[in-house]
Design a protein around this ligand. Structure first.
Ligand SMILES: Cc1ncc(COP(=O)(O)O)c(C=O)c1O
Length: 423
């Protein structure tokens, strides 16, 4: 097996990419830090750090005042809405900023739930993160029937027959993840949206895990809502919701009188995190710059973002294959999720394993001592760990690969795992 970065051909300029992230220079116990913990939150490029601190230095104010820094704040928020419009493929006023995906989803479930009651049904999946489950399940208090879609345990994919069978004329909303943050499965969300709409239901997509790994196009998906978190795609700790304009205008949010009835203002309560909103523009521009380096003839932001993801997808898939093939040489390991490289277009490079005789916490701790940052547990994909019966034994060891990771990091991880298991 080749061991250098050159072994994987990619159009990505990895030297430039890695030079953008100051944290990649960190060391732990003399080892270079390898961030395989991106599913819990990615690293940020210097420009995001700069945008946040520049905002605080030069533009720090509340919105809508009659003076320079307040004007700048308004402009920075408008700029970030436009950046997210390019990232998601929607209009800027269909972009809602919030604390994180979870709180945005609770806000939306409360607003949608106001119109629901006994006789109405909501379809959820057992593959989803709890943040796209619990806020909807809470509507059972209003008499709404909750239907739960099963998974195929052999490869941790959604059981689409079960999903289709659970949608009926009473269904008012189908909430589904674009990709699983635990086992990496990419769901056929376009088909889920089609099935939901055929029954007259809304489709709510959790794209938190997918957003750093693949392009988002809410118009092509035709989803009603899509949520993501910028801290998972190289930005600050915030959440972003896309809603079709007609829904954002028609639904009734719980809100203060101080919020106007204009959308998206009616969904954004209190004072937002302006400095992080400044950072969101910077992280979207970072992704676009990857695309411009791949194809210098592209200058507009949306096409540049799409060009970046074309290469990110290919590069991450080859890293993923290397890790999965390597894990197979550790006989004590068991991989959860799609394992056949021929089907890798249906998974993100997010790998969950268990290794006989070692708890995920022990493995993650020992890897951490060698500068290899991974995660252990259920990562709030609690329904999944319960179904696979790993919850009581510490869940999985999760390794997430991103475009800033390298072949050498994957190889270091495999060597370290073999050593830990051999002891
Ligand atoms: C798939 C998925 N959905 C939702 C969330 C919750 O996101 P947030 O932390 O922005 O509330 C996470 C967080 O890990 C996630 O991975």
């Amino acid at each position: 097996m080749p061991t250098t970065q050159d072994a994987l051909s990619t159009a990505l300029d990895l030297n430039w990419i890695r030079s953008q992230f100051p944290s990649l220079a960190e060391k732990v116990n003399g080892y270079p830090a390898a961030y395989l913990d991106g599913p819990g939150g990615t690293q940020v490029p210097q420009r995001v750090i700069d945008a946040i601190s520049d905002y605080l230095k030069h533009s720090n104010a509340n919105t809508n005042g009659a003076y320079a820094t307040s004007h700048r704040t308004n402009e920075i928020i408008a700029g970030a809405r436009s950046a997210m419009g390019d990232f998601l493929g929607c209009d800027p006023d269909e972009v809602v900023f919030g604390l994180n995906m979870t709180s945005l989803t609770y806000a939306m479930s409360r607003a949608i739930g106001r119109e629901l009651g006994p006789g109405d049904e909501i379809v959820l999946t057992l593959l989803d993160h709890d943040a796209n489950f619990a806020p909807w399940e809470a509507l059972a208090e209003r008499g709404v029937t909750i239907r739960r879609v099963a998974i195929n345990p052999a490869d941790c994919t959604l059981d689409m027959n079960d999903l289709a069978g659970k949608i009926n004329s009473h269904t008012k909303l189908v909430a589904v993840g674009y990709a699983s943050n635990a086992v990496g499965t990419i769901n056929n969300v376009k088909e889920v949206v089609r099935l939901a709409h055929a029954a007259g239901a809304l489709a709510y997509i959790d794209a938190v895990h997918y957003a750093p790994h693949g392009p988002l196009d809410v118009r092509a998906l035709d989803c009603d809502f899509l949520v993501c978190s910028s801290y998972k795609f190289f930005g600050p700790h915030m959440g972003v919701l896309y809603g079709k304009g007609e829904h954002l205008r028609r639904l009734r949010p719980y809100k203060l009188r101080a919020n106007t009835n204009e959308s998206p203002n009616r969904w954004e309560w209190g004072t937002l995190n302006h400095e992080c909103i400044a950072g969101i523009t910077a992280c979207v521009d970072y992704v676009a710059d990857i695309g411009r380096r791949v194809n210098p003839s592209i200058s507009s932001r949306r096409p540049a973002i799409l060009a970046a993801y074309d290469e990110i997808v290919k590069y991450e898939r080859s890293l993923c294959e290397r890790l999965v093939v390597g894990l197979r040489t550790i006989p004590e390991s068991r991989l959860y999720g799609i394992a056949d490289p021929g089907r890798f277009e249906h998974r993100c490079p997010t790998i969950a394993v268990r290794i006989d005789g070692h708890t995920p916490l022990e493995l993650s701790t020992k890897l951490g001592e060698r500068g290899l940052f991974t995660w252990d547990g259920n990562y709030y994909a609690l329904n999944l760990t319960e179904q696979l019966d790993v919850e009581k034994d510490g869940g999985f060891l999760r390794m997430g690969l991103f475009h800033y990771n390298t072949v050498d990091e994957v190889d270091r991880l495999l060597v370290a795992l073999r050593e830990i298991v051999a002891r």
